[in-house]
Ligand binder design. Structure first.
Ligand code: KG4
Ligand code: ZN
Length: 341
């Protein structure tokens, strides 16, 4: 099966081609093209939905053309189209959804509606040429993006149980808001990660909210307020800035890891799957891998490559394959507030 994936939920416009066998355990990536309007949003310190949607309109056709070209296939070779229908920004989502519906109608091919968060999880099911490890169930997935922080138990492809999530700010959102307090460019996650390398993560004792709570919930807004208190009304030296970055990053990472390991233990999982933009953070990757290897023998950790952690259409095509529910273009609509499960 050849799947065209389309992702336009926020500020990335992406199209990808993947292939699969009938009972495949993973999908093979042929192309994954991502255009982003990020440089425009950096100027405004965050995303203006109207601007993001207009950029989606500009990019969508060239991006699909490029994905087909890179995969060396003709549009008529596609068997199905998988498209993100939500959650996301309505204006951005509509561009991808209407394009997918038009293609489905004109080509006479089925369409699959994909939840963006499932996409982040299924990025782990894209074949990694450097690894022979296979994902086994039950698995627990930590989805950490700009809009979400969720822990999900995956019993099998058809049985997902939401364990908990953030009560306020998402992990990526906390990175971006703290970045704003420190006058760093948007999105601040990668910038804070880089500055943290030169900082002392023990210097500031920031809170680790809900780290010991019995549930699988998160809360990062108190952490953000603690940073605000530290920086309010004063000019920070370079060394203070890097120490704040490192200490803040440590507080987030420690909390994410403790909760993920707790969920993995409770449900005796065989695999842990990370996904979402924050999973691109090298420090998070190294620390969680180390702690799982030390504390959970027999549990394997899977983390997509950096370009598959941030928004992309390959993960949408993969999710479309494993959650294949054939629909007609008439039945698909954008839903900016679609729930995870
Ligand atoms: O998954 P994603 O690309 O888009 C959403 O679905 O939200 O995630 C974007 C988020 C942003 O908040 C960004 O600051 C964060 O992921 N992010 C990072 C890193 N790279 C991106 N956070 C921490 N460390 C990184 N290296
Ligand atoms: Zn995302």
């Amino acid at each position: 099966m050849i799947i065209l994936g389309i992702e336009t939920s926020c500020d990335e416009t992406s199209a990808a081609i993947v292939t699969t066998g009938k009972n495949s355990q993973e999908v093979t990536l042929l192309s994954n093209v991502v255009a982003t309007s990020l440089s425009l949003h950096t100027k405004t310190g965050g995303i203006i939905p109207e601007v993001a949607a207009r950029e989606q309109v500009k990019y969508i056709i060239p991006v699909i053309d490029e994905a087909l070209k890179k995969a060396s296939i003709d549009i008529s070779d596609i068997d199905t189209i998988a498209v993100t229908t939500g959650p996301g920004l309505i204006g951005s989502l509509l561009v991808g959804v209407e394009t997918a519906k038009t293609l489905s109608f004109t080509l006479g091919k089925p369409i699959v509606s994909v939840n963006h968060l499932y996409g982040h999880i299924y990025a782990n099911f894209i074949k990694d040429p450097l690894s022979k490890d296979v994902i086994e169930f039950p698995a627990v997935s930590l989805v950490v993006s700009g809009g979400h922080t969720d822990l999900v138990l995956i019993k099998n492809h058809k049985n997902f149980v939401w364990l908990g999530g953030t009560r306020d700010d998402a992990a990526g959102e906390a990175f971006d808001k703290v970045g704003r307090l420190l006058n760093l460019p948007y999105p601040a996650g990668p910038v804070i990660e880089k500055l943290s390398q030169k900082g002392d993560s023990q210097k500031y004792k920031f809170p680790h909210p809900l780290i010991d709570s019995d549930d699988f919930d998160f809360s990062f807004s108190g952490l953000k307020t603690a940073v605000l208190r530290e920086v309010l009304d004063r000019k920070l030296s370079k060394s203070e800035t890097v120490d704040i970055c490192a200490s803040f990053q440590k507080a987030i990472i420690d909390t994410l890891i403790v909760k993920t390991i707790k969920a993995a233990r409770k449900y005796n999982v065989k695999s842990i799957l990370l996904g979402g933009g924050v999973a691109a953070n090298q420090k998070l990757k190294e620390s969680i891998t180390l702690q799982i290897n030390d504390n959970l023998s027999g549990t394997k950790i899977f983390i997509p490559t950096k370009n598959l952690c941030t928004d992309n259409a390959a993960m949408i095509a993969a999710a479309g394959f494993f959650n294949y529910k054939k629909s007609s273009w008439r039945d698909i609509d954008a839903n900016p507030e679609s729930y995870f499960i």
